[in-house]
Design a protein around this ligand. Structure first.
Ligand SMILES: NC(=O)c1ccc[n+]([C@@H]2O[C@H](COP(=O)([O-])OP(=O)(O)OC[C@H]3O[C@@H](n4cnc5c(N)ncnc54)[C@H](O)[C@@H]3O)[C@@H](O)[C@H]2O)c1
Length: 257
């Protein structure tokens, strides 16, 4: 007997899907947008900055690209982005919450504005975007939500107090959303990478501390944006429909124990 849960595309294709990706102008978000387009998805890029490189790569795959230059800390920007996306594409099948910042400071030196900004972007922004896109997915009868958390949300890391607290909260956010929405065919999961070689990763770790850190990772290396993108493709595909509220660590074994 035919059963959609058994007869999915084993190549994890995303043909005909529309994916809204925050932070898709650079780094991990950009790699996810490009790999999703290669898998057949149209892309909505929500970012503070224009994304000409992402646009070019997506359009080269023959997929549609919509730029929404906006700030995840502004409620109006989130609401307008969802409205525009629905007007343009009729649906949002996949949401990737990737926009984020990481400013490393010792606890006793953390500035209030850094603490607040990190919470506003990494946590509150992801929550509000999830809430607004989630309403559309509930109406449409399903969807996939992928949140980029971090190994810093799983274990404590030196100078990561603001960042680590937001990422631990994201891991809880996906559990909460999965609990309430799994029955409506919405899958919500997190990916927690180790240090990834992007502008953000290089700013903090392309130095002596980075070399020392690598020695503590069982795989003895950092990650690449494409490795995170591959995991995000799987989680957005029909093959991952039974994965709910999970946090997939992509850390070369760093958080094993
Ligand atoms: N690079 C790493 O080592 C690493 C490791 C683990 C997790 N992560 C997470 O992955 C995500 C992406 O990181 P990255 O390394 O690609 O960073 P990045 O700095 O290369 O890219 C982040 C993108 O987010 C956008 N952005 C930032 N603030 C925004 C805002 N207020 N509104 C809209 N867009 C905004 C930026 O413009 C940028 O395009 C982040 O959530 C980060 O915490 C990164």
């Amino acid at each position: 007997m035919s059963n959609k849960y058994r007869e999915f595309d084993i190549n994890f294709g995303l043909e005909g899907r529309t994916a809204l990706i925050t932070g898709a102008a650079a780094g991990i978000g950009q790699a996810i947008a490009v790999m999703y387009a290669k898998k057949g998805a149209d892309i909505i890029c929500f970012d503070l900055h224009e994304a000409p490189e992402t646009r070019e790569a997506v359009e080269k795959c023959g997929r549609k690209f919509l730029q929404i230059t906006a700030d995840i800390t502004r409620d109006e920007d989130i609401k307008n982005a969802v409205k525009t996306s629905i007007e343009e594409f009729g649906k949002i099948d996949i949401l990737v919450n990737c926009a984020g910042i990481g400013i490393l400071e010792k606890i006793e030196e953390v500035r209030d504005e850094v603490w607040q900004k990190t919470l506003d972007i990494n946590l509150t922004g992801s929550f509000k975007m999830t809430r607004e896109v989630g309403k559309e997915m509930l109406k449409a009868g399903g969807g996939k939500i992928v949140c980029i958390a971090s190994q810093g949300g799983v274990v404590a890391l030196d100078r990561h107090v603001a960042y680590g607290c937001t990422k631990a909260a994201i891991i809880q956010l996906v559990k909460q959303c999965a609990l309430e929405w799994a029955r409506y065919n919405i899958n919500v999961n997190a990916i927690s990478p180790t240090i990834v070689m992007t502008a953000l990763g290089e700013m903090n770790w392309n130095n002596e501390a980075g070399e020392a850190f690598k020695k503590t990772i069982p795989a003895r290396r950092f990650g690449y944006p494409e490795e995170v993108a591959a995991c995000a493709v799987f989680l957005a595909s029909d093959a991952a429909s039974l994965i709910n509220g999970a946090n997939i660590v992509l850390d070369g074994g760093f958080t094993i124990g």
